[in-house]
Design a protein around this ligand. Structure first.
Ligand code: HEC
Ligand code: HEC
Length: 156
């Protein structure tokens, strides 16, 4: 590419600058941003109460077979770090008799090549990467997820 071509490109991108600036200004309009908090972005509102974590100890339906089951109990102060894994103190293979918790499934012992390790695989060590608690709260936005079973029975 010669110098004049480069200069042309630079000049053209300079011409675009005002367009970008105006678009950014329009995007930052507070009325447009206030959708989820339901008030003006510049207004301090009373924060809502934090919803309670559900602690009913009842398994929830999985929305598809590969879904990590959601956690049906509280996990406050359950440490998971390099030195300790509170979750495994109940869910590990050797500790489920005592805890009566379901054992982590076999996939948690597999390495990325599909081979089974003797202990929980490092890639399944940080449980909260995939498993989450649920709170008793109204969803902020509608959810139109459809279970695969309802799709299978849906008429064409
Ligand atoms: C004190 C023992 C204990 C600890 C610690 C514990 N759990 Fe549990 N967990 C249970 C028991 C018992 C159940 C069976 C349902 C119930 O009683 O809540 C369960 C159920 C679950 C389930 C539901 C499984 C299913 O099939 O639906 C998940 C997921 C889970 N626990 C993840 C975790 C994670 C992640 C941690 C750590 C942050 C953790 N648990 C810590 C005892 C424990
Ligand atoms: C990378 C994601 C991931 C991580 C990390 C992970 N899990 Fe899971 N877990 C899953 C998925 C997906 C399933 C459901 C399918 C399966 O069994 O693999 C599952 C299933 C489970 C079940 C139900 C087992 C059964 O047979 O019903 C328990 C209990 C569980 N996990 C506990 C844990 C604990 C405790 C940890 C941390 C030591 C952990 N998981 C880490 C993804 C994960």
């Amino acid at each position: 590419m010669n110098i004049s071509a480069v200069r042309k490109i630079l000049l053209r991108s300079l011409l675009l600058l005002p367009v970008v600036a105006v678009t950014a200004l329009w995007a930052a309009n507070p009325d447009e941003l206030a959708t989820l908090r339901k008030s003006d972005i510049a207004v301090d509102t009373e924060p809502q109460r934090m919803p309670e974590v559900e602690n009913k100890d009842v398994k929830r339906t999985r929305n598809y077979p590969m879904q990590p089951p959601t956690i049906p109990h509280k996990i406050d102060n359950y440490t998971v770090n390099l030195n300790a894994n509170k979750c495994l103190s109940c869910h590990d293979r050797t500790l489920t008799e005592q805890s009566q918790a379901p054992m982590v499934s076999v996939t948690h012992f597999m390495n990325r090549d599909g081979n089974f390790l003797a202990q929980v695989s490092p890639r399944r060590y940080f449980c909260n990467q995939c498993h989450v608690t649920q709170v008793d709260a109204k969803p902020l936005v509608d959810n139109d997820f459809q279970d695969v079973d309802s799709l299978l029975t849906k008429p064409e």
